[in-house]
Design a protein around this ligand. Structure first.
Ligand code: GLA
Length: 399
């Protein structure tokens, strides 16, 4: 049993703690895990897509690597610099994939070398079909050739998309590329981007290191457009998936939108906090070379990152929901707990979490540290409550 009973109370109701379902066991039997030894904590890095879309080139990627090193992000744990769709040009006469020469005139080996010279790692993107979502050549029928090419370029991470999948079986298609990456001889993190269509959490743990659980995120607190969902809509789709994640194999609720301009600072702090509770990959998606100090402070909050990267690797879960009030929590190595009090609504409200809900004896005296303000309350017992602003979180570490 990984958790004791959970519970929750909205303080203003002075209600008895809401008893969440006790987790009497750890869920379905764990499938075998991918044996590449990578991503023992959720991958951290940057990806070009959310900010630059198809408008990517080697200057953009180099600037991201420069900024990741100079901004303190690298020192805070960010590693992978990932080129998403639209880097591909035509295949050469031997069928080898080549980068678009107009956008990447120096080639991807040189770009990978540059990224590595900054103490960072290099990621690329492809797709199971004949073409990527951005209509560039993809890997179908060239999986082993492409994996070998990536290895020759020094690639450390592959995101593998699901456009033009046609009649393909997802497990088979992703297994082919997983085998190809293994055959390349280079350790390469394998990121499945199948949008949760065929429930990859049920079958992908021994195929890849992370799998998308949803369609695409977009830079909104709440909302759904064709194929795209806001932070809260993505969050809701994570409920019930926590038992499937762990070291080396993570649920991926998609990349961060922090800093892209469509949300308030409080909403971005909430987005980042929730992704940390979810043990989500922290893949920044903003323009790192033009960040405000406020955005940089969010992305480099080491205490929130430490929650995301906790060695136990137990994904947090929503332990209670009462209207617009939610409590999310996860256990941490050493016996502590990370807790997010989430106010989805438009008015401030006071939220509370009881010690019993966290699996602690009610009389336990614990310290509570607010991970955004740094405020510490020593010797708290029974419960912790805080006023949470609209569209915001309070995130604390207990114990
Ligand atoms: C899909 C993926 C996105 C991004 C684009 C690129 O929509 O889900 O994350 O990679 O393709 O075209």
């Amino acid at each position: 049993m990984r958790w004791m009973a959970w519970g929750f109370a909205v303080w203003s109701l002075l209600a008895a703690a809401w008893a969440g379902p006790a987790l009497a066991d750890s869920g379905p039997p764990a499938p075998p895990r991918i044996a590449n030894g990578l991503a023992l904590t959720p991958p951290m890095g940057w990806n070009s897509w959310n900010r630059f879309g198809c408008d990517v080139n080697e200057q953009v990627v180099r600037a991201a690597a420069d900024a990741m090193a100079a901004s303190g992000m690298r020192d805070a744990g960010y590693q992978y610099v990932i080129i998403d769709d639209c880097w591909q040009g035509a295949r050469d006469g031997a069928g080898n994939i080549q980068p678009d020469a107009a956008r990447f005139p120096s080639g991807l080996k040189a770009l990978g070398d540059y990224i590595h010279s900054k103490g960072l790692k290099f990621g690329v993107y492809s797709d199971v079909g004949y073409h990527t979502c951005g209509h560039r050549p993809a890997s179908r029928g060239h999986e082993f050739q492409d994996a070998a090419q990536y290895a020759a370029w020094g690639v450390d991470y592959l995101k593998y998309d699901w456009c033009e999948a046609g009649e393909l079986n997802a497990k088979e298609a992703y297994t082919t590329m997983s085998d190809a990456l293994r055959a390349s001889g280079r350790p390469i993190v394998f990121s499945l981007c199948e949008w949760g269509t065929s429930k990859p959490w049920l079958w992908a743990a021994n195929i890849g290191n992370l799998w998308r659980t949803t369609g695409d995120i977009y830079d909104k607190w709440e909302g759904v457009e064709t194929y795209r969902s806001g932070v809260l809509n993505i969050l809701d789709q994570q409920v019930g998936l926590d038992g499937y994640a762990g070291p080396g194999h993570w649920n991926d609720p998609d990349m961060l939108e922090v800093g892209n301009g469509g949300m308030t600072e409080a909403e971005y702090r909430a987005h980042f906090s929730l992704w940390a509770i979810l043990a989500a990959p922290l893949i920044a998606g903003n323009d790192l070379s033009a960040m405000t100090p406020q955005i940089k402070a969010i992305l480099t909050n080491r205490e929130v990152i430490a929650v995301d990267q906790d060695a136990l690797g137990i994904e947090g879960r929503r332990v209670a929901k009462a209207g617009d009030a939610e409590v999310w929590a996860r256990p941490l190595a050493g016996g502590g707990r990370a807790v997010v009090l989430l106010n989805r609504g438009t008015a401030p409200q006071t939220l509370s979490v009881s010690w019993e809900a966290l699996g602690y004896p009610a009389g336990l005296s614990a310290s509570v540290r607010d991970l955004w303000t740094g405020e510490v309350k020593a010797k708290v017992s029974g419960a912790y409550s805080a006023v949470v602003a609209p569209h915001a979180v309070v995130m604390v570490r207990v114990g």
